[in-house]
Design a protein around this ligand. Sequence first.
Ligand SMILES: CCS(=O)(=O)c1ccc(CC(=O)Nc2nc(-c3ccccc3)c(C(=O)c3ccccc3CC(C)C)s2)cc1
Length: 244
Amino acid sequence: PMSTHIEELCASIFRSHRETSQYHAEDLQALKWKVFSREEVHAYQNKTMDEMWQHCAVRLTDAVQYVVEFAKRIPGFRQLGQNDQIALLKSGSMEVVLVRMSRIFNTENSTVFFDGKFAGTELFKSLACGDFIASVFDFAHSLCALRLTEQQVALFSSLVLINADRPCLEDRDKVLRVRKDVELALNQLLHRDNQESLLHKLYQKMALLKNLCSLHIEKLRWFRQYYPMTVHSLFPPLYKELFV
Ligand SMILES: CCS(=O)(=O)c1ccc(CC(=O)Nc2nc(-c3ccccc3)c(C(=O)c3ccccc3CC(C)C)s2)cc1
């Protein structure tokens, strides 16, 4: 059986996850067939590249804000130094957003929840980074296939965030100690759910997340060389702080 400390850690991470999810997977089940009309898709496709990038950056930053709030409520994360908290969010927040977004992906018609309805890859055409968007969709498909419970998503998200191998950490050992507890909690949860086989699959997903985030930064740098002023004056400050 789980130790009380680990049991409490599990419960508190799950609570933090629920409290800081803009949308709960079950709420979006009702919306999952609400897709954009052909006219609406065309309206997005007719946006200029900088308009669409800016639109997405604003949406993405909303989602990142909730991840920052989630991190702050993870026991142990708050005990880390301010600089280490920022370093972990800088390198991990996009990964957690990708994990969260994947759970409300409609695998039957390959659509993602965006701007209140479900959108296919074609809606994002004007971003001019089709390979990246396709990879995000592929990742969402592959994570959905694991059919994680919300508790498993909560613990997996914490593990993605609290990573002692991230760059620029001042107290690596402290991050490692906090991570060890979260690893123990996930191990015990999977044991209780009789799904130990999920563990190595989740570690494989972490490797995919790392690649996806590098691709995001690469595309952002590419976009920024064409529209430096859009990024400078129209992208949300938090987006610039974390990704630029
Ligand atoms: C995340 C918490 S949640 O409560 O589950 C939630 C909360 C809110 C929403 C609604 C939402 O903002 N959906 C967005 N979808 C995408 C998207 C777009 C292309 C493919 C796949 C999803 C957004 C992006 O901007 C994005 C996301 C990942 C990688 C790349 C990008 C675009 C680049 C240009 C920044 S924002 C969805 C889910």
